[in-house]
Design a protein. Structure first.
Length: 162
């Protein structure tokens, strides 16, 4: 009986496979959104102020970071929790693939969240005159919470390895 339960529990990891496949659909949605924004951006470049141009570029960077984070979670998560990716010899392979354990994956996610939060905070500060001071304060507090959380996770991860 114990063997059947253990095999069933172990086989349940395959329930994650459709979720990772769904993330690839989400990545496609981000790609469509990126090019939709680019399509609207290009004709308006000459009419944009420098501030508006910076804000739009930050939005592109934001979409790129979220897309990159999606790839990292998809590949590392599948490789760690479902099955090793079987990539044929001679096929281009990402250098980091297979090198991220659960701890390093958590750190990548945390640092990506901090980077994404930083970009949002920069966009907020570029429009600071149009945002109430109490809202600005909350943006900073939330960002610092992400930074502190990532920092603490890094310390705990280092402690676990030693």
């Amino acid at each position: 009986m114990e063997r059947i339960i253990e095999r069933s529990i172990y086989a349940c990891r395959w329930l994650l496979a459709p979720i990772y496949l769904g993330m690839s659909i989400a990545l496609m949605a981000l790609t469509v959104k990126f090019f939709q924004e680019l399509y609207h951006f290009i004709p308006a470049i000459l009419d944009m102020s420098e501030g508006a141009l910076m804000l739009k570029l930050l939005a592109f960077i934001d979409l790129t970071l979220v897309s990159s984070l999606t790839i990292i979670v998809m590949f590392s998560g599948y490789d760690n929790f479902v099955s090793r990716l079987d990539i044929a010899e001679g096929t281009e392979k990402l250098s980091w693939l297979g090198t991220h354990d659960y701890g390093s994956l958590k750190m990548k996610v945390a640092s990506s969240i901090v980077a994404i939060s930083s970009i949002h905070l920069l966009k907020v500060f570029m429009n600071a005159e149009q945002i109430a001071n109490d809202k600005l304060l909350w943006y900073v507090v939330i960002h610092l919470t992400f930074v502190l959380s990532a920092f603490m996770m890094g310390i705990l991860e280092k402690k676990e390895k030693h």
